[in-house]
Write a protein that binds this ligand. Structure first.
Ligand SMILES: Nc1ncnc2c1ncn2[C@@H]1O[C@H](COP(=O)(O)OP(=O)(O)OP(=O)(O)O)[C@@H](O)[C@H]1O
Length: 581
């Protein structure tokens, strides 16, 4: 649903609230315009020396009552509009988040997180401000102006009113001229803010690298450049807004000049009474405020419109990978994987990254995938959960083309430990039980033991309740990897993928994790990517990738006998181990 239709639906659903608040504001304005009238009468009574002490008190009480009733009605209207606008803001953010969650990983690779967050924060806020303040002020201004004009026409002089209004008529034309310029400037400010958020996000996520390479001054100067861009854009916006705001008081000053000249002459010639003249100047003062406010509201609406358009572009984005029209549903998933892949290229790549990959894994078997960096190992395993879509009829699960399967069922059947083993900035327990909020304490502990992280966790002062910093920065690389393995373990899915997930643990821990893995192997089909060949030696089948093709395949022993890349790498690594020990 587009933001516009979301807004329309929301306004329709809350129509009674809006009608109530609008009526409330209208009533408040009709009460407010009694002020000059009362003061005019007071002036006349004063000029004619007809005021007693009691009379003054009555006028004061009248003004107090008018003021209080005005505040009451205006307050009700404003509170209702403010609440409704907050509700819409919440709905829009929720809608955005749900939408983003559906989009493919490729989308997030191309878009910066800082930019997306900027949309969620600033664009949505812009719309909310227009909805709350905008509606209030617009209703307020229109009715204040109408009520004021009715009062001046009926109680003062229509000629004086029309003459004084001449300079004010120029204001709408001016707004039409400057409005689009303000909108363009506002968009540039938002873009500059996005660039800054994007930069800060990237810099903070790589804070370890920045510090280790003593790059803080360079980062600061790069940040400085972005802040300067924002300031430059903001100054340009401020200039236009200032011009916008200066013209209105200028026009109103001219209107006052006319009122003094013409109104003064009318008063001197007794065409109008002194009280009416005083009341008129007060009314004129009241007219300037709504005119200025209408200008601001138009400005606000223009910005909100620009924000809605940007949000529309985001919400129009369709997930590149989605369920087929009639998805297949398997009764259970056993974990039989067949890959018959002629070639695979990334959506934005020309050359195939994988070619002629043919592998068949029976339920419970383990496949080891090795090969030089960039040979296509991660790409291959990413095809299974459809992080990227393989060509049709090339990857099968239990005999069913994975592109035909319901995406939810496919992904639920796979426990995946990605290369970076991402962790959330919450407790270790929450990190392990992510996706299994119903997990029992005993299950979480069992998973931690299997991943060889249990002993580390109980040594932390808060044990499983230890909060780990953003992305797990307070854990060592090996601890992070093992926590991510425990998470996958707990998921207890029929397929387990470990993408180089043992690279940061020592040989002894690697052995213990692999032993634990072997114990449950009958139930799980496992794919292990590794650079250290010791991690795949017990696999049922091993493939060696070279530039996206299978260069060698077989069991550990067969590959050693072959004397090819695998055997050479194994010999080199075995040598390294001897030296290490
Ligand atoms: N999202 C992507 N879009 C385009 N090309 C990509 C993408 N991800 C990876 N590649 C390219 O695909 C090739 C294979 O990358 P892949 O990550 O699968 O290698 P790998 O064998 O897992 O490497 P490593 O051992 O370093 O993790 C590389 O040339 C890489 O540049």
């Amino acid at each position: 649903m587009s933001p516009q239709s979301l807004l329309r639906d929301y306004l329709l659903r809350h129509k009674w609230g809006y009608i109530g608040s609008t009526l409330s504001i209208i009533v408040s304005e009709f009460i407010f315009v009694q002020f000059p009238n009362i003061l005019g009468r007071f002036t006349d009574a004063l000029a004619k020396h007809r005021l007693s002490g009691r009379g003054i008190l009555v006028y004061a009480a009248l003004l107090f009552i008018v003021g209080s009733v005005y505040v009451l009605f205006y307050g009700i209207g404003q509170a209702q509009n403010g609440r409704a606008a907050r509700g819409f803001e919440y709905l829009l953010r929720l809608r955005l988040f749900e939408h983003w969650e559906l989009l493919s990983t490729e989308y997030f690779r191309k878009r910066s997180i800082g930019d997306l967050l900027n949309h969620a924060m600033n664009d949505v806020r812009q719309v909310r401000e227009a909805l709350s303040g905008g509606f209030n002020i617009l209703t307020n201004s229109i009715f204040l102006m109408t009520a004021t004009l009715i009062m001046t026409f009926t109680t003062v002089s229509w000629k004086l009113t029309l003459a004084s209004m001449i300079p004010l008529v120029a204001i709408p034309f001016f707004i039409v001229w400057i409005g689009p310029q303000v909108r363009v400037s506002s968009r540039r400010v938002q873009e500059a803010l996005s660039a800054m958020s994007e930069f800060a996000e990237e810099s903070f996520s790589s804070i370890r690298l920045v510090k280790a390479t003593a790059n803080e001054p360079i980062e600061a100067s790069r940040f400085h450049a972005r802040v300067n861009d924002i300031v430059a854009e903001q100054i340009s916006l401020v200039r236009k807004t200032a011009l916008f705001q200066a013209v209105i008081p200028t026009a109103s000053s001219i209107a006052f000049g006319i009122a003094l000249l013409y109104g003064g002459w009318l008063a001197v010639t007794h065409a109008i009474q002194l009280g009416a003249f005083v009341a008129f100047t007060l009314y004129l003062g009241q007219l300037v405020v709504p005119l200025q406010q209408i200008g601001q509201v138009i400005n606000n609406f223009q910005r909100a419109f620009a924000s809605l358009t940007r949000l529309q572009v985001l919400l129009d984005e369709r997930p590149a990978i989605a369920d087929p029209e009639h998805p297949a549903e398997l009764p259970t998933i056993r974990g039989d994987i067949r890959i018959d892949l002629a070639h695979f290229s990334y959506p934005d790549g020309d050359e195939p990254v994988l070619r002629d990959i043919h592998v068949h894994l029976k339920p419970g078997q383990t496949l080891g995938i090795v090969g030089r960096t960039g040979s296509g190992k991660t790409t291959l395993v990413n095809l299974l959960p459809r992080m990227f879509d393989p060509p049709a009829h090339s990857v099968f699960l239990d005999g069913c083309d994975i592109r035909e399967l319901r995406l939810q069922q496919l992904r639920e059947a796979i426990a995946y430990v990605p290369q970076d083993g991402f962790l959330f900035s919450t407790t270790i327990r929450d990190n392990i039980s992510f996706g299994r909020s119903d997990a029992l304490e005993s299950e979480i502990e069992r998973a931690a033991r299997a991943a060889c992280i249990y002993d580390d966790i109980v040594r932390f002062p808060d044990g499983f309740d230890t909060i780990i910093g953003e992305r797990g920065v307070t854990l060592s690389g090996g601890q992070r990897q093992r926590t991510a393995i425990a998470r996958a373990w707990l998921k207890d899915a029929p397929i387990l993928i470990l993408d180089d997930s043992l690279s940061a643990v020592d040989m002894e821990t690697e052995k213990r994790i692999l032993r634990a893995l072997q114990e449950v192997r009958q139930n799980r089909t496992t794919l292990i990517i590794a650079h250290r060949l010791s991690a795949v030696r017990t696999a049922d089948w091993i493939i060696v990738l070279e530039e996206g093709r299978i260069a060698e395949q077989g069991t550990h022993e067969e590959l050693l006998q072959r004397g090819g890349i695998y055997a050479q790498t194994y010999a080199l690594q075995a040598e390294g181990e001897v030296i290490d020990t």
